[in-house]
Design a protein around this ligand. Sequence first.
Ligand code: B12
Ligand code: SF4
Length: 493
Amino acid sequence: MRIACVFNPFKYKLHEENLRVVQRYFGLFPPLSMAWVCAIAERAGHDALLIDARTLRLTKEDVLDRLKAWKPDILGFMMTTYMFRETLEWVQFLKKNLKVPVIIGGYNLRVYPQESVSVEGPDFGCFNSAYHTLPSLFKELEGQRRFHDVPGLIYKENGRIEMTPYGEDPNFDDYPNPARHLLPNDLYAEFTTERKNFTVMVTSKGCPNSCLFCEAGHTSYNPRSPETVLKEIKECYTRYKIREIDFFDYDFCIDRKRVEAICDGMIKSQIDISWACRTRVDLVDETLLRKMKAAGCSRIYFGIESGIQEILDRLHKSISLQQIRNTIEATKGVGIKALGFFLVGSPGETQETFSKTVKFAKSLNLDYVQFSKLTAKPLTPYWRQMVKDTGSDYWREYILGNIEEKPLPRPWTTLTNEEIDYLTKKAYIMYHCRPMFLLHHTLKVKSWSEFKRKFFAFIEMIIRQENISTIDKNFIAYPENKSKILSYKQNYK
Ligand code: B12
Ligand code: SF4
C-alpha cells in the first residue's frame, strides 16, 4: 500500500489559548505524529509520503499535483480538536479530486472518535495509536476487507459508524523512530531556537499529575528507554544534521533515573547537540540540573502558571512559590535558560492577582515567558465543568460543524474574555519592555535569523496585536527562511 500523509497549514482560531502574534511566531515544527505513522507503515513494508504543506507553504492545488504524480492508495491526516474543521476542508478537497480512501487519527479521535468520522470526508479513523491499527488495516484493504478484525478502527458500514476494540497500549519503546527522512529538516525552527537543524522529539507519553487545566493529567506514563532515546538522538545528529532538539514530552523529568541515563549517554558520546525540555519545578534539583547542562541542555520550560499560591492550589498544581523561586535560581545558576508558562484567567483571577503574577515573573528574571489564556480544553476537568454549566459541549458542536469558532466561557473567573485578552497582551509588553531585559537578551542572540525572528515578534506584539483577538484571514506562520522554502517549493512543481 502507498500512504500519503498531509500536514495542512492552519490559521489563528478565536478559541485558542494563545494570542495571535504568539501563535504566528511559535515556530515551524515537524509534523511528528504523522512521521511516526509513516515510520509504522514503512516498517510494515509499505510506501509512505509525508507532505508538510504548512512549512512549505503549499496550497491544496500544489499538494493535489504532487499526489496525482505519487499515486497514493490512501491518504492520512492528523486531527486536533482546535484545527479540525480546517484539516477537514483539506480532507474533502483531496478526497474529491483523488478518489482514494482517507484515514484520520490524532488526539481528537480519542475525544470524539465517532463524531470525527461521522462527517463527510474520512472513511476510517484510528482512535489510539497507529501501531497496530495501520498495518492491520492495510492487510485488510489488500485482502478480505474484514474491518471488524482491525484493532482500534472506526469505519462506516451500511450507514453506521462501527468501532473495534483497541486492546493494550503498545510499549512506546517498540515504536520505530519517526520518519524524519520524509521531512525538510533544515526548515524547522521555534521561537527560541538557537541552532540549525532543529527538531522535536517525544520520548515519553503521559503524566501522573493532576493539574485541573491540563488534558495530560492522570494519563499513564509510557517512556522510551534511555538506549532507544539515545539511538534516536544519534540518528538525528548523523543522518539529519540536527544540532538542536526540543523534547516535547509532557514532562521530560518524571523518571529521574531515565533522565540521568540519557544525560550520561549524551555526555559519554560527546554529541554536540543543544536541547530543551519541559518539566515541573519539583522534579529537578541542582545535581540533576548540572548533569543536564553537561549533556547539552540549554533551556527548560517550567509550568509556573501563577504568582499567587492560592491560585496554584486551586489549579491542583501542587507546587509552592518558594519551590518555583529556588528551582529557577538553580537552573539559571548552572547556566541553563529558564522559561516560564503562565496562565491568565485562572479560578479566582482578578486584575490584581494577575498584576502580581506578572510582577512575580519579572522577579524570577526568566529568559522567556508565555502567558496563555486558561481554556476549557477537551478531557480536562474545566471542560467537564463547562459542559455541565452550559448544557452543551462546544468542542463537539465545533467539530460537527454546528457552531462557529468563538472564545469559550470561563465561568471560574469574573474576568471577561475581553479583559483576559487585554491582560495577556499587556503582560507580554510589560515583561519585555524593560531596557535591561532587552539589552541583555539582544547581546545573547546567536544568529541573524534568531535576531530577526525575535525583533519582528516584539514589534508585532506592540503594534499589530489587537487588544481583543480577532480572526486574521491572512494569517501565516512566520517563515524562518523564505528563500529555502521557495527552493523546496520548486521541487514540488
Ligand atoms: C509534536 C506536537 C505538535 C507539533 C507537530 C504536530 C503533530 N502532532 O505531529 C506541532 C508543534 C506542529 C503541533 C501543533 C499543534 N498542536 Co500539537 N502536539 C504535539 C505533541 C507534543 C506530540 C505529538 C507526538 O508526536 N506524540 C507522540 C505520538 C507517538 O503520539 P500521537 O501524536 O498521539 O500519534 C499517534 C496516534 O495519535 C495516531 N495518529 C496520530 N495522527 C495520526 C494520523 C493517521 C493518519 C493515523 C492513522 C494515526 C494517527 O498514531 C500515532 C502513532 O501511534 C502532542 C502532545 C503529545 N505529547 O502527544 C501535541 C498535541 C497533539 N498538540 C495539540 C495542539 C493543541 C496543537 C495545536 C492546535 C497548537 C496550536 N495552537 O497551534 C497545533 C495544531 C496542529 C494541527 N494541524 O492541528 C494537542 C491536541 C489536543 C486536541 N484536543 O486535539 C496535543 C495533544 C497537546 C496538548 N496536550 O494540548 N503539535
Ligand atoms: S500541567 Fe504538566 S504536570 Fe500538570 S498534568 Fe499537565 S503535564 Fe502533568
